[in-house]
Design a protein around this ligand. Structure first.
Ligand code: NDP
Length: 233
């Protein structure tokens, strides 16, 4: 699956921790030059890390402007504010990060793709399928990410740019730390997951790598669950 990555350039937003960091490192191992961003720039071996905020137009423009060419964009920057999302300020912050941020980065990157095209991956969620009384903005944003993905896939197919989404199930990262600390909630999640365990960020990264690889050359507009079967039952 590493074919087609050597010497290419990948941009990974939210690439400083969790799923994004695993994605950035998987693309680097496959032979890509990788630039990752978070609002804070943390060290990540083998990856160029830049501080950039996907909610800020000037910041995204500077980030993308630092790259001559882009072959792959993976939009991992995301946030959740849970019960605070019943306040409009937090609701808006989540939508602006997860939906607007994804669109802003895709639009900024589009002119940097070579004439032969490339691939974009967005990160959806189980809450793209299900409602979430504990996180209404997050669920709305992740449903929005799916329709954005399908729309860009259809619009940019003529440019050779494939656009797909992965829908991670419950993955062991900082974002889900609070859930792991609530042992009753964790037990409920594991009982509902057919494979009966947490997913690891690397397992999502491998699905992203597949969607960007030549093996996926006729796949666009798809939503691929990486969830141990959670969305199947
Ligand atoms: P983490 O909280 O571990 O990492 C989030 C990353 O996004 C960090 O690098 C963070 O860096 C960055 N980020 C957040 N806001 C911004 C911003 N405005 N601009 C730029 N970067 C930003 O989360 P995960 O790795 O768990 O999640 C990654 C993606 O996967 C998210 O979209 C999340 O919704 C999705 N997801 C996660 C699941 C899970 O179980 N973990 C399940 C389903 C989906 P910094 O804070 O420095 O900005």
């Amino acid at each position: 699956m590493s074919d087609g990555f050597a010497g290419r350039t990948a941009l990974v937003t939210g690439g400083t921790r969790g799923i994004g960091a695993a994605v950035a490192q998987a693309f680097a191992r496959a032979g890509c030059r990788v630039t990752a961003c978070g609002r804070k720039a943390l060290d990540l071996p083998g990856v160029r890390v830049v501080a950039a905020d996907v909610t800020d137009a000037a910041s995204v423009s500077a980030l993308v402007g630092s790259l001559e060419r882009i072959d792959f964009v993976i939009n991992c920057a995301g946030t959740i504010r849970r019960r605070d999302e019943y306040e409009m300020a937090a609701f808006t912050e989540v939508i602006q990060t997860n939906v607007d941020g994804t669109m802003r980065v895709c639009l900024a990157a589009k002119p940097r793709f070579p004439a032969t095209g490339g691939a974009i991956v967005t990160i959806a969620s189980m809450l793209s399928y299900f409602g979430a009384p504990h996180a209404p903005a997050y669920a709305a944003s992740k449903a929005g990410v799916v329709q954005l993905t399908k729309s860009l896939a259809a619009a940019w197919a003529q440019d050779g740019i494939r656009v797909n989404a992965v829908a991670p199930g419950w993955i062991r990262t900082e974002l889900t730390e609070a859930v792991r600390q609530d042992k009753q909630r964790e037990a409920g999640i594991l009982a509902r997951t057919p494979m009966g365990r947490w997913g690891e960020p690397e397992e999502v990264a491998e699905a992203v790598l597949f969607l960007c690889s030549p093996a996926a050359r006729f796949i666009t507009g798809a939503l691929l669950p990486v969830d141990g079967g959670y969305s199947s039952v």
